[in-house]
Design a protein around this ligand. Structure first.
Ligand SMILES: Nc1ncnc2c1ncn2[C@@H]1O[C@H](COP(=O)(O)OP(=O)(O)OP(=O)(O)O)[C@@H](O)[C@H]1O
Ligand SMILES: Nc1ncnc2c1ncn2[C@@H]1O[C@H](COP(=O)(O)OP(=O)(O)OP(=O)(O)O)[C@@H](O)[C@H]1O
Ligand SMILES: [Mg+2]
Ligand SMILES: [Mg+2]
Lengths: 264, 264
């Protein structure tokens, strides 16, 4: 059974998609094979990997209008497969909301179980990790991801609004753990877009370190324009420019992530 | 009747709240009085103005569990009133979704009409502008804001994912205009967190100017850490540090906004 990691934070623009893409790509190199699932109606992970927004997407699959395999793009890059999103997914937040809670909350985990079983039936090695890229909200899509996940990785900008939102994210994890998914853990917090030169970044990082201790990853991702350029070329930064400061930081992060996995 | 401006963009972290707070504050100085409505479950506009997250908030009001006046904080700053949000609002996306479309889509405009009538009944001058801060999604809360609005102001980072999302935002405006609110216009696009030194910013800005022409504001807001520091002091940047590069840019933007208003 693969380990399922939800990349979640309801604060917008904190680097969820950039982290999901580069963690999935780094793990595909170090510990393949990997599956990345795009659960955001913006479909940024799908576009950022150069994949067109074709139908059916995870939207039709969640609402039982298509088979899971129809939204799967296998081996988009070596060792990396993708379940693509599409803008229609915006309707899923409301449509999932209309389902009974049991069906709604377990809609994603059922899909992942089907995809894993079908992959084994085709004689392919099981995915080691499944990475879930979540939208900037704590609505039905993110809750379904938290029900499916073994752990949550929360990217976070070192800024006031992001810090303010962290306690609500942790509160939601607690609620999901006690009611829906007892194995869910906060796997880690990753500081992103860090600008060492500014005092605010340092103050917020200090605050997070005091509250969360070793949950905070040692590696921090610096602000680096090459990370923002990569998606316009349809490539993960690790493939677009491996020598950029941002890519080297994501390589360090993937190594730190795997070191933590070994300790568990 | 006040003019209603929705600050909307489903892309997360593009500066919606920072723009909503500083536009509202600038207008409160130049053309008071102003009402700011926080429609985001993150309640960043509420916290960013130093207002505690008390109940009832706009959440209870939207679901008819409280009177609109109970969520109103009058004259938080000179000439600026706020309808506060709270985290409970996250449930509204699903709960509003369960209402019939007519009730759901007109839930916000009904509240604004009530607040305006009550203000006049108390002998206070009517608000000149109502500014709506939207969450990073195109769900029921944002649609209700688009139904209530006369125009949309779309803050946008000069980056690939933000550009990719702009066409979807414009598509949603078209849909709302033809089905729900015939007077809705795209009032303007405001480039935020611009770093003049990097090529990506310039390329994206060029793209937007080519597609949208004079809809794009001449003023661009530079990346400036003082804008990110202000909310931790519970103050709009214009009051926290008027001389900062970011504040001066927002002052220019407010002047450009008012100049466009005069031309209409
Ligand atoms: N370390 C970084 N340095 C510079 N730019 C970055 C960095 N990480 C991400 N970006 C850029 O910042 C923007 C926001 O990042 P991203 O889209 O990954 O965040 P997100 O949390 O997924 O956003 P959303 O909440 O909309 O889903 C994007 O344009 C991205 O390319
Ligand atoms: N011009 C700027 N320069 C530097 N930092 C900025 C600027 N504008 C906004 N910020 C900071 O960037 C972060 C994102 O901005 P903000 O929260 O206003 O965006 P948003 O679009 O409202 O986000 P969300 O999608 O989560 O609602 C915040 O921490 C904010 O303080
Ligand atoms: Mg994203
Ligand atoms: Mg906001």
């Amino acid at each position: 059974r693969p380990k399922i990691i939800a990349i979640a934070n309801q604060k917008g623009g904190v680097g969820k998609t950039t982290t999901a893409i580069n963690l999935a790509t780094g793990l595909a190199a170090e510990s393949p094979p990997i599956l990345l699932v795009d659960l955001d109606p913006q479909a940024n992970a799908t576009t950022g990997l150069g994949c067109g927004q074709a139908n059916p997407s995870v939207y039709e699959v969640l609402l039982d209008a298509a088979a899971p395999a129809e939204a799967l793009v296998e081996d988009l890059f070596a060792g990396l497969s993708l379940v693509r999103a599409a803008p229609a997914l915006a309707a899923a937040e409301v449509e999932l909301g209309a389902l009974d809670p049991e069906t709604r909350n377990h809609s994603l985990i059922r899909i992942l179980e089907t995809l894993c079983a079908e992959r084994t039936a085709r004689g392919k090695p099981p995915w080691h990790y499944v990475i879930l890229d979540c939208p900037p909200a704590l609505g039905p899509l993110t809750v379904a991801a938290l029900v499916a996940a073994d752990e949550v990785l929360a990217p976070m900008q070192a800024e006031f609004f992001a810090l303010d939102g962290l306690s609500r994210l942790v509160g939601t994890l607690e609620t999901v753990r006690s009611n829906l998914n007892p194995r869910l853990l906060l796997g880690g917090i990753l500081l992103t877009m860090v600008d060492r030169r500014n005092r605010l970044s340092e103050q917020v990082a200090e605050d997070v370190r005091r509250h969360f201790g070793s949950v905070l990853y040692e590696t921090a991702i610096p602000r680096n324009v090459r990370l923002a350029e990569a998606p316009s070329h349809g490539l993960p930064a690790l493939l677009y420019d491996l020598n950029a400061a941002g890519s080297r930081a994501y390589v360090r992060f993937v190594r730190e992530f795997l070191a933590r996995e070994k300790q568990k």
